[in-house]
Structures are given as C-alpha cells and as structure tokens.
Design a protein around this ligand. Structure first.
Ligand code: MSP
Length: 501
C-alpha cells in the first residue's frame, strides 16, 4: 500500500458567502496538491463545510430559513467558487452528512466508554459571540461581546489528562506545529493549567448539532464535531483501505486564529481515540486590507470572484501565492495586485513568450529551431534551468511558496536579459543557425519555467506549454523538440493600466 499525500483545509462555516480568506487556504492546498502530483505522488485533498453550531443557526434564522435549508442554499456557492478557482479537491465533506454524523457519534461513545467524558455542573462567563465559556481574565480583557453568566449541566472531555503527553509530543516532533513562532505560542499555552473541554450544548439553548449518543438532551459542541471531518472524510470507520492510504494527514492547513482548536483540542481528541496525530499543522497569517483585517463587519471583504471575472483565475492565484510569506500576514491592495501582474506576468513571463514566438515565427517559419552547440552564455541558462527543479522542490517542501515562485521568475528575468545581450534578431541576419541556438535555449528555459508555474497557474502556464507544443511533465532540459510548429496565440498577460484600474 502506498501512502497518499493527504492535505486538508479548514471546513468553512456556512454563515455567509465565501470570501478571500476561504479562497486563499483552498488555493494554497490546491497548489501544494498539484505540486506533489507533479512529483509523481498520489494525493488526497479534502475540503468542506462546517454546518452545525450557533453561528450557522443564527445566520439561518436571520434569513428565515431552517439551518439545513440555509446550508443547502449556500453550499453550492462554495462549490462554484472552487470550480472558478480551478480547485481539484478529491472530496468535499459537509458535517450534516450521515457519514460524518456516524463518526462523531462513535467517537463520542468511544471517549465516553473509556472514561474520557463526564458530566458536571458548570457556572461561568459565556460569550455568545464566541460560543464558549470564557475565563475570568478573558472577560476582564473586554475583548468579548455578549457575555453573560451561565450555569448549566454539561458534558466534558478530559483534555487536561493529555496535557503532559501533548507537551512532550510537540517537543519531540518539531515540525508538528508550524511555523516555529506558532509552536512556541502553543507550548506557552500548554505550560499553563489546561482545563477540560465542554463538548455539549443543551438542546434547549441550541438545537442545531449532532445529538450526543449517550444523552439525547444535548448536541455536540461544534468544534468537537468539526475537527473529526479530517478522519470522517478520509474513510475512518467506513473504508479501512482508504483510511490507511491517507491517515495520518500530511498537513492540516489552517489560519492562525484556529490554531488552539487544532493543536490542542484535536490532538488530545486523537490521543483519546487512539488515532495517530497528523504529521503537521500549519497556521498561515491573515490577508489584511490596507492593514486592517478583512471582515464582514468592516465591510471590506474583497470578493475573489470579482477579481477573477476581471483578470482571470491565474493572476489571482499567482498574486495570492506570490504575495504572502507563509506564516505572516499580508496586505491586499489593488495597487500591489496590478504592480505584481505587470512586472512578473506581463513584462517578464508573458513578454518572453511573445518575443520568442515572434522571432521564431519570423526567422524559422514558426518551428522550434535546432539546439546546436552551446556557448558558455547558453550553458549558464541551461544550468540555471536545470537547478530549478531541486530548489523549487526544497522551497515548496518548506512551504516557502513565495520563494519558489520568485526562483522561477528569476530564471525568466535572466533569460530576458540573455535575449537582450545575445540579440538573436541581429544575429539572424548573418548566422541563422546561431540565432536558432539562442532561441532554442531561451524557449527551453521558458518551457521549464512554465512547468514549474503550472501548480500556481494551471490554465495560462499550460497555455504556454501548448504554444510551445511541449510536454508538461518534463522539468529536465531537452523537452522542446526541434521542428515543432508553435501555435498562434494572443498576449497571455496584457499589461494593466494602473490609472484606469
Ligand atoms: N469552521 C471553522 C473551521 C473548522 S476546521 C475543523 C472556521 N471557519 S471559518 O469559515 O470561519 O474560517 C475558515 C478559515 O478562514 C480560517 O482558517 C481563517 O483563518 C480563515 N480566514 C478568514 N478570514 C481570513 C483572512 N482575511 N485571511 C486569511 N484567512 C482568513 O473557522
């Protein structure tokens, strides 16, 4: 049995239309999946929707719909967005599906039977907005709205029992929580006393959830339900073969705001269920709009759909992947989008294709010329192109996607400079065969760059390869065959005018 590279996104709350935060993580997961596929690995990519809990119930009520009607109405919008964004997920899980409900109930039963779940009366400060009990210190911080005193009988998961085990695990597995500074946050958190987790909500307060198998007056707390999607979506308790191929997940991609639930709740749940932990949890930063967090209440949520309609999906994917240093926040501005588009895509990448197809059209009847024998300058290009595979692989494996993209663009820029210096349009007048070698060298380097950009720009990088009549899988030198007729094409990335935009 061959282990698949298993990658997940968070499952998104269905309280509103999808926005750039959702789009970003899902594109990132798609880019990583395509990259691993291109390396010959089998992959499994899971995404989906978090449909239970108070937030969804409130959103449904505001629309005068039942929660299920509300979810059924919004779910297709996520699917449409994934289609527009060229997301090739393998499965899309909704937590209201029977396959998931079954797993949640048996996990609860298992934890209950092993003594990890107990009932207790609890009195404390409850934040309606956060849907959880908060500590005295949290209440005093003033960061929480809608706080009220609540006393109720609930069911608790013995999270504290696993505190030391989790601390040891994180210390023994340095790449379990990434990036490093987030790991340190979690270690700091775990060095304070850890309380048990309230995993139930009385039905009289919240009806929309999965009923506890051992107490029908309660539904399951939404996080205990949602986190289990990572195993219910990969065959746990339903398809042993699939689960063996997938689990442990290679990477859970999440945003920094949901790190505690993943690093602490999820890990201790897995300890209790005797399921191995995922290999790593990666928390990325937030997209900000002119330095303020994008949020619905601020009304500054950029709808990625609008950008795609205007500029195409590839530039949007490119921008989001190139501009965010994974682990840090990034600032979204229209100006930086246009600048990035013009410099990298129009001036560097797109322009190289235009120049090459123009010159090959004019001097070689549109057919790829013979490579001929290479000079030292040509060899430099060849060597840089040959080195790219190794460096891109290393960077992607360290989740330095922006650096990997920059490495490809550096090659593209180097080739544009090489063209300036070699001036094949002049050479062609006196030595056609030498001009052919220059054009072959540049076109082959462009082909290799396009192969490396395919995971990020699946449509337009493929278009470059189609124009060159070249295979997409071969990242080694020599994929381009002399005599191949280039296809006609329009400018792939026409420059955007900043004033007009
Ligand atoms: N349903 C939970 C996740 C459960 S996973 C078992 C949830 N959903 S969410 O829809 O509110 O958020 C999903 C993700 O979107 C989170 O990872 C969050 O960090 C991310 N983002 C929301 N806004 C964002 C930005 N502006 N920028 C980047 N990502 C942000 O939490």
């Amino acid at each position: 049995m061959k282990k698949k590279f298993y990658i997940t996104t968070p499952i998104y709350y269905v309280n509103d239309k999808p926005h750039i935060g959702h789009a970003y993580t899902t594109i990132l997961a798609d880019v990583l999946t395509r990259f691993h596929k291109s390396q010959g690995q089998e992959t499994f990519f899971l995404t989906g929707l978090d449909e239970h809990g108070q937030k969804v119930e409130q959103a449904a009520r505001a629309r005068n719909l039942s929660p299920k009607e509300h979810c059924d109405d919004l779910a297709p919008r996520f699917l449409q967005l994934w289609e527009k964004l060229e997301i090739q997920y393998d499965d899309f899980i909704r937590t209201t599906e029977a396959r998931h409900v079954k797993v949640v109930q048996s996990a609860l039963q298992q934890a209950y039977d092993s003594g990890d779940i107990y009932s207790d009366e609890y009195e404390g400060w409850y934040s309606v907005a956060e849907e959880r009990f908060i500590t005295e210190t949290e209440k005093e911080s003033g960061d929480f709205r809608d706080v009220k005193k609540l006393k109720e009988c609930n069911w608790f998961f013995r999270m504290s029992k696993y505190q030391q085990k989790l601390l040891d695990y994180i210390e023994d597995n340095p790449s379990y929580i990434l990036p490093e500074h987030r790991k340190n946050e979690i270690l700091g958190f775990l060095r304070q006393p850890l309380s048990d987790l309230c995993i139930s909500r009385p039905k009289e307060r919240l009806n929309w959830g999965i009923e506890l198998p051992f107490d029908q007056d309660y539904v399951t707390y939404v996080w205990f339900d949602a986190l289990l999607n990572y195993v219910s979506g990969s065959g746990y308790l339903s398809d042993d073969k699939k689960f063996k191929e997938c689990w442990p997940a290679d990477i859970h991609l999440i945003g920094k705001d949901i790190l505690t639930t993943h690093a602490v709740y999820w890990s201790t749940m897995l300890f209790s269920l005797n399921i191995p932990l995922p290999k790593s949890i990666f928390a990325h930063g937030w997209w900000m709009l002119d330095k303020s967090k994008m949020s619905k209440s601020l009304g500054n949520v950029v709808n990625p759909l609008d950008l795609i309609d205007e500029y195409g999906v590839d530039p949007v994917r490119y921008y989001l992947m190139r501009e965010m240093v994974l682990g840090q926040d990034a600032n979204f501005t229209m100006e930086s989008f246009i600048k990035r588009f013009n410099s990298d895509l129009a001036n560097d990448f797109g322009n190289l294709l235009n120049r090459l197809s123009g010159l090959i059209g004019k001097n070689f009847d549109g057919c790829v010329p013979e490579e001929g024998s290479l000079t030292d300058d040509d060899q430099l290009i060849k060597q840089a192109a040959e080195k790219l595979d190794k460096s891109v692989t290393e960077m992607v494996n360290q989740l330095k996607i922006n650096d990997a993209i920059e490495a490809v663009l550096q090659l593209v820029r180097m080739v544009n400079k090489y063209m300036e210096v070699q001036a094949p349009w002049k050479v062609a007048k006196t030595d056609l065969s030498r001009a052919g070698t220059i054009l072959y060298t540049a076109a082959e380097a462009l082909r290799i760059s396009a192969v490396h950009l395919l995971p990020v720009m699946p449509i337009r990088a493929q278009k470059v390869l189609d124009v060159l009549g070249a295979p997409k899988s071969l990242a080694q030198w020599g994929g381009l065959k002399a005599g191949t007729k280039l296809k006609e094409h329009e400018a792939l990335f026409p420059r955007l005018e900043i004033d007009k935009e």
